[in-house]
Design a protein around this ligand. Structure first.
Ligand SMILES: Cc1cc2nc3c(=O)[nH]c(=O)nc-3n(C[C@H](O)[C@H](O)[C@H](O)COP(=O)(O)OP(=O)(O)OC[C@H]3O[C@@H](n4cnc5c(N)ncnc54)[C@H](O)[C@@H]3O)c2cc1C
Length: 316
């Protein structure tokens, strides 16, 4: 089949890669270069966040975990397994994701920063998107994909590319293509700082000042973050940036002398549930598969979603 994939973020590129692996022809149509996608700036650690429904996200995230773990073992550029610590002020119930992550255990008292009485240690994939996304792009290109840089205003506009199937992986803008009013932005602001030598990813989802996470990478640290629904403003907010720095220094006091490199804002594609389904009777007559609305979990579930799209295409 000739499949036109709209979007070259993690959803579009993962889907393109799986379709090519299955022997299909793929054309990727994207309005922006990969460096301008939400995916490129994502933190990006395996951790199910702001995406549903729970059962499908559970299955996609488990499949994606195994895939990324294998990529890390194969030394795929930008993918590695990272020691992690989730912090709490009182003992929480065991999280559902504990069954998927590796080496899950309660943290020892000497592993907790001041002010915290409980934590979980575990290992998850961490993906450096500015390294991994270009690698995935090159892999998809080497496997024979064609590329078209264009903004698609209606799904019917790609008819001239003569697709047998269209896959809608347009992220936050995917809803506009099909008049789905339930898609909304979930604004995320992060601060990129120099890495003082940290190697453990730390998070506190209930810090009094707001969500907080510290993700150490090869040459920097990503500090987050915010999860603000229905906010379209991509201008960095300096007050929020300072708050993120303050929260993250509670999690990792070693950050005290880190230098701020830049503050970034991205809009996650929010939806109450990921839309991954076949639209068998679209206006154009060409079957459309939707794969959008991944919220804060696009990297956590992207591969599992791509596998499901490939299965649907194979069944047509
Ligand atoms: C600050 C922040 C931190 C995050 N951290 C994590 C994390 O730790 N773990 C995790 O799993 N997720 C994380 N996320 C969420 C993750 O980034 C998203 O879920 C994911 O990037 C969505 O990918 P996507 O490919 O669906 O969309 P996008 O990356 O937005 O890509 C959409 C693509 O569609 C194209 N497009 C859109 N409209 C059109 C059109 N009309 N015509 C043609 N092309 C079009 C765009 O050009 C782009 O190529 C984070 C997000 C943010 C903002």
């Amino acid at each position: 089949m000739h499949v036109v994939v709209i979007g070259s973020g993690i959803s579009g590129l993962s889907t393109g890669a799986e379709l090519l692996r299955g022997g299909h022809d793929v054309t990727v149509v994207s309005a922006e270069p990969i460096s301008a996608t939400t995916s490129f700036l994502a933190a990006a650690v395996w951790f199910p966040t702001a995406a549903g429904p729970a059962d499908r996200v559970g299955a996609w995230s488990t499949e994606t975990f195994s895939h990324l773990e294998a990529q890390a073992a194969a030394r795929t550029p930008g993918v590695r397994m990272c020691e992690s610590l989730a912090l709490y002020r009182s003992e929480p119930p065991t999280p559902t994701w504990s069954r998927t992550v590796r080496a899950f255990r309660a943290a020892e008292a000497d592993e907790l920063p001041p002010g915290y009485s409980f934590g979980f240690r575990f290992t998850v994939p961490l993906v450096e998107m500015p390294v991994f996304l270009p690698h995935l792009h090159d892999e998809v290109a080497a496997a024979g994909a064609r590329w078209v840089r264009r903004t698609v205003h209606r799904l019917e506009d790609v008819a001239e590319l003569a697709p047998d199937v269209v896959v809608n992986c347009a992220g936050l803008r995917a809803g506009q293509l099909v008049d789905d009013q339930t898609v909304y932005p979930i604004r995320g602001q992060i601060v990129r700082v120099t890495n003082p030598g940290l190697s453990v990813s730390v998070r506190d989802e209930a810090h009094p000042l707001g969500r907080a996470y510290v993700h150490p990478r090869e040459n920097d640290c990503i500090l987050g973050g915010s999860l603000d629904s229905d906010q379209w403003d991509v201008t960095p907010n300096p007050t929020l940036a300072q708050s993120i720095l303050d929260r993250c220094r509670d999690l990792a006091p070693q950050l005290a002398d880190s230098r701020v490199i830049e503050t970034l804002v991205g809009l996650r594609p929010g939806r109450s549930e990921v839309r991954l389904e076949l639209d068998g009777s679209p206006a154009s007559g060409t079957p459309v598969i939707h794969n959008y609305g991944h919220g804060g979990s696009g990297i956590t579930i992207g591969y599992g979603c791509a596998r499901e799209v490939a299965t649907i295409v194979d069944s047509l």
